[in-house]
Design a protein around this ligand. Structure first.
Ligand code: ASP
Length: 338
């Protein structure tokens, strides 16, 4: 009898100690609003503030949901929809123009627990392309839908359909005119330069259930033609998530990100080489991609909640709330003090 009681006390004692030691599952979130030739001298203090505030709003909206224990998808969608709605970024409202003067939007999302994914490409009238990507992931047997078919699917799913002109902004219209004039003058199409190929948005999270979820949404490249699709809706190139390693959302010259399957390559290095997320992301962005001539960057989170944000361009709009709840915002090389 005594031995039996002793055993119970040992068990209770160990459980109490165990509960006290067990750390709560950390949550973490990082967002980006595109990489590119972002120079301080080209941004007014007001514009810089506006970028920072919107990035902060996006990261805080996602983080709040993560703290409430909501699934990672919800946090990714909430953060990205704030950026899609803002005219500052090249996604949703404020998306760049195609050669023909329209907007063709791409988006994708991936869940690192199920390895399920959804994407839409070349859609013109879906108000929130990232919401459509989520619907593809959950409500269709497919991974990627494009053009008119994707729009019909979104409509059937009850997503909001809008006129293409609702994504218009004067700033992007002028950028199109400049890009076309330059290309027509040089007699070359497709040599988009500098900021003509940047501005995508994305979010990567680690939720309370330990799932990594990544999402990306974009208008693509200024003056793109012939139904050009970039890396953003391509799973493995612009977006990737795997709980066994990490989650990534990319921004930059999409053709390179597709050819070097950048997002998946970073996580494969973590998974198979056992290197840290920081090292893997840095090697791919500042080593492999740079050597190949590909500009851009990524945001990434591993399954411990560590965050990496390397970019090989002068700047990348970004914000994070790390596993200790610390918020930071950055535009140029260094993170800013909050
Ligand atoms: N990666 C995107 C594309 O090539 C552009 C960007 O990141 O801004 O479509």
């Amino acid at each position: 009898m005594k031995t039996w009681l002793f055993g119970v006390w040992i068990f209770v004692g160990l459980s109490v100690v165990g509960t006290a030691i067990a750390k709560p599952t950390p949550v973490a979130i990082v967002v980006h609003g595109g990489a590119g030739t972002i120079l301080k001298e080209n941004l007014t203090p007001e514009l810089e503030q506006a970028y920072k505030q919107t990035l902060r709003d996006a990261v805080e909206a996602g983080h709040k949901l993560l703290l409430q224990g909501e699934p990672g998808e919800k946090a990714v969608i909430a953060a990205i929809q704030i950026l899609e709605t803002s005219p500052l970024f090249n996604a949703g409202v404020g998306a760049v123009y195609t050669w023909e003067g329209e907007h063709e939007l791409d988006a994708s999302i991936m869940h690192g627990g199920s390895l399920n994914a959804g994407a839409v490409a070349g859609v013109k009238t879906i108000r929130s392309p990232i919401a459509a990507a989520l619907a593809v992931m959950h409500q269709s047997p497919h991974v990627m839908l494009s053009g008119k078919g994707a729009q019909l699917f979104a409509q059937e799913q009850g997503l909001e359909i809008v006129d293409n002109s609702s994504f218009d902004t004067e700033r992007r219209k002028q950028a199109l005119e400049r890009a076309k004039a330059r290309m027509l003058g040089a007699g070359v199409y497709g040599n988009q330069q500098g900021n003509e190929r940047f501005g995508t948005v994305g979010a990567v999270v680690l939720d309370k259930q330990g799932n990594i979820v990544s999402g990306t949404s974009t208008g693509g490249m200024t003056a793109k033609r012939y139904g050009r699709i970039g890396d953003s809706p391509v799973i493995g190139a612009g977006t990737w998530a795997d709980n066994a390693s990490c989650g990534v959302s990319a921004t930059g010259h999409g053709e390179f990100f597709i050819r070097y399957h950048v997002a998946a390559d970073i996580c494969s290095r973590v998974k198979y080489q056992g290197v840290s997320l920081i090292d893997a992301a840095d090697t791919v962005i500042n080593g492999v991609l740079k050597a190949a001539g590909g500009d851009g960057g990524v945001i990434a989170i591993d399954n411990q909640g560590n965050i990496a944000t390397p970019f090989n361009s002068p700047g990348m709009y970004r914000a994070k709330i790390d596993k200790n709840g610390k918020l930071a915002v950055g535009i140029y090389k260094a993170w800013e003090k909050e």
